[in-house]
Design a protein around this ligand. Structure first.
Ligand code: BV8
Length: 259
């Protein structure tokens, strides 16, 4: 897998005072987590976009929860892979930040520091009565209960789960399509993009605002690198394309940047 610019990128990793890595589903592929647009991304023929939105949840919360329960069961059997481990090690260094679109929390399980989770977590729930992310309140005009909690039980004892505080329907504490991200996460990700070296790994770069971060980095003068076996809309924009799987390229870069 002689990648011509591997050494050049390793040199930049060695020297960059501020290094930021944006990750997508491709970084978890080697752990067995289905990617969104890969053939495994489909569930009962539903595309993720069809289920990951408030309208689908209002229409049929049981269906949406069965999808999330399926993903929790799949992800619960997955371990962080070497790509997560390399990024966890890099994140210990000053000036290094990891921004992820993934909701599988494998970066957390690998021990990653300075991590921004843009789209939430499969393992965190919140009361569906809470109006957040720009989605209107779920109907009743009772004061909304802002309760959120972590629940790693597989299987969940009850589908759909209920808020332990007010008994209302619970929802995944995940950012759905059409919902705005948490301001603090957008701020942290934008600040992290203003770096010296920005690596985007395992993402199809189609979903916004995450897909805009590489442009933010370029505007800030960062050297930009893409790690992906396939071309994406940003392949023609970045300074270096490393066309291959993250679980092979990241350990190779790690080795070269430490020698
Ligand atoms: C918002 C949680 C305000 C859910 C997710 C501007 C232009 C166009 C559209 C928009 C825009 N601004 C807003 C939008 C609308 C929308 C959007 O971007 N739509 C897209 C589809 C066009 N964005 C939103 O709705 C966002 N909210 O903007 O609010 C607003 C609202 C309305 C209108 C305007 C503004 C909220 C977006 C967040 C949605 N939630 N996840 C859940 O998980 O259940 S997004 C979800 O999809 C993931 O988190 C991730 O972000 C995305 C999937 O992308 P990837 O992770 O990249 O995965 P994918 O499968 O696509 O690709 C995998 C890649 O890996 C491939 O390239 C493959 O080649 C590669 N690969 C495979 N194996 C490997 C590998 N790479 C390396 N190694 C390997 N081994």
């Amino acid at each position: 897998m002689p990648l011509p610019n591997l050494e050049a990128v390793a040199e930049k990793i060695r020297r960059a005072p501020r290094l930021t890595i944006l990750t997508g589903a491709g970084v978890s592929a080697a752990s067995g987590v289905p990617t969104f647009r890969g053939e495994q991304g489909l569930w009962r023929q539903f595309r993720p976009e069809d289920l990951a939105n408030i309208e689908a949840f209002r229409r049929d919360p049981v269906l949406v929860w069965e999808w999330y329960a399926w993903r929790r069961e799949r992800t619960a059997t997955c371990q962080p892979n070497v790509a997560h481990e390399v990024l966890a090690r890099w994140s210990q260094r000053k000036g290094c930040a990891v921004v992820t679109q993934n909701v599988d929390d494998l970066h957390i399980r690998a021990g990653t520091r300075h991590l921004t989770r843009l789209h939430g977590s499969l393992w965190e729930l919140r009361c569906a009565s809470a109006a957040r992310h720009g989605a209107g309140r779920a109907g009743s005009n009772r004061a909304s209960c802002e309760h959120s909690w972590r629940d790693e039980r597989v299987p969940l004892p009850e589908i759909p789960p209920r808020c332990p505080r007010c008994g209302e329907l619970a929802r995944p504490d995940i950012v759905w399509f059409g919902e705005t991200l948490r301001q603090e996460d957008v701020k942290a990700a934008t600040a992290a993009a203003r770096c010296d070296l920005f690596i985007t790994a395992g993402t199809s770069a189609l979903v916004h605002p995450a897909a805009g971060l590489v442009h933010e980095a370029r505007r800030a003068g960062a050297v930009t690198v893409e790690i992906n076996p396939e071309a994406t809309p940003v392949s023609s924009v970045v300074d270096h394309v490393l066309a291959g799987p993250a679980e092979e390229i990241l350990p190779a870069l790690d080795l070269l940047s430490r020698s």
